[in-house]
Ligand binder design. Sequence first.
Ligand SMILES: [Cu+2]
Length: 249
Amino acid sequence: MAFSLIDLSKNPRPALWAHTIHHHGIEPGWESDGVGHISWDIQGGSYTYQWRPMYPGTYFYHCHTNTVLHAEMGMYGALIVDPPEGPGTLFSGGPNYDEEVFWVVDEIDSRWHTLSWDAGTCGQDVGLNVLNPDYFVITGVDGTGTSAMNAPLISATVQVGQKLLARYICAGYHPQRIRFGGLTGTVYASDGRPLPRPIQVEELRAHSGERYDIIFEPTIRGEYMIQADVIHWITGAVLGQVSTNVKVI
Ligand SMILES: [Cu+2]
């Protein structure tokens, strides 16, 4: 492990700036929280993040260097903590599941992707307050066509009587609404913690960074369309939509 702590008040901006990992819900110490300036800023080399997973669940992490831009660029991910029982159990004492899918929904404004990695860090207004998405993705796959249909880790085929766990993450900046095409799901946990009591839902609304663990126990064979709308945070207009499917056989 090689790193140096940079005092920004005394050092010029380095030619090579690193990225960091900032966790949501994991609660590491400050030295592993990845928030620029108050955690480690690393000039070259690498840093090993350390923390102890205390609660099983669905977590979210993202880069915290020039955060708004880098997270939009796709520097984020899902982090799954399984209970001691292993995959197949959501949390100790919680429900079991047979299949697992990941619905990580995000919007992309391709204009932002023409910017330099450090755009705006010296106080310039580079327009990061304007997000007009022209691409919509689910778990890294184009969600507007058919790419996410029957896609591994996103789409699922289950039998009547089986339980499907969907780990849904709102990874965009605009709010979202996800609809389950006629399936009723049960939300058992959110943001890495069990709910006081499970809630039955036919759709969910979520804001940036929120996670929901939803279990479906379909009783009727058929193909169900899962659709998430990306909704403008001021006007409420639907800006775009991603789709995938669940087949019940
Ligand atoms: Cu970064």
